[in-house]
Design a protein around this ligand. Structure first.
Ligand SMILES: [Zn+2]
Length: 168
């Protein structure tokens, strides 16, 4: 058992609130490429963990929480209606990657993003709480933006498992 108590509970709630905010920012961050001139949509600059990696050395918790949201966004972008046009990842000066490289790029960045998210806290109870929060955020995101019911149900199931596991 980890040590509980009012102080750690308060810290947990504070971290959860900040974490929730940073994850929501991470969820929408990749698509700001649509508002930046010249880089093109599905830019490799924003559809990657580049920003969290730049922040990770100095602020690992902030970087990790942002990366969790970005990873969910990239995961959702891995399931387009087809691998053409805006589904492809655009690299500055190189142009769009092909379908296979786009999928590899998004998947690799999502995996690194989830690693950074896991490293956002070293405390096991906090980690479980953050993972449950990410799963619920992912479910809400998919519900609003993509309507992938099977994935939403899977995310909710994962969150439930994490919560039950925490109480074991
Ligand atoms: Zn996107």
């Amino acid at each position: 058992m980890t040590t509980g108590g009012p102080r750690s509970a308060l810290e947990g709630v504070g971290l959860l609130a900040i974490g929730l905010l940073l994850v929501q920012i991470g969820l929408v961050l990749p698509d700001i490429d649509q508002r930046i001139p010249f880089i093109g949509h599905r830019s490799a600059l924003t559809h990657s963990v580049l920003l969290p990696l730049l922040l990770a050395g100095r602020w690992p918790a902030i970087a990790g929480l942002l990366a969790g949201g970005i990873a969910v966004h990239l995961g959702a972008d891995l399931l387009p209606r087809g691998w053409f046009g805006y589904a492809l990842v655009r690299v500055p000066f190189l142009g769009p990657l092909d379908a296979t490289l786009s999928q590899l790029f998004l998947a690799a960045n999502a995996v690194v993003g989830l690693h950074l998210f896991h490293a956002a806290s070293r405390e096991p109870a906090t980690r479980r709480m953050l993972w449950a929060m990410l799963a619920v955020s992912a479910a809400a995101y998919l519900l609003v933006h993509e309507r992938w019911w099977p994935l939403v149900l899977a995310a909710v199931a994962l969150a439930t498992v994490v919560v039950v596991w925490r109480r074991r």
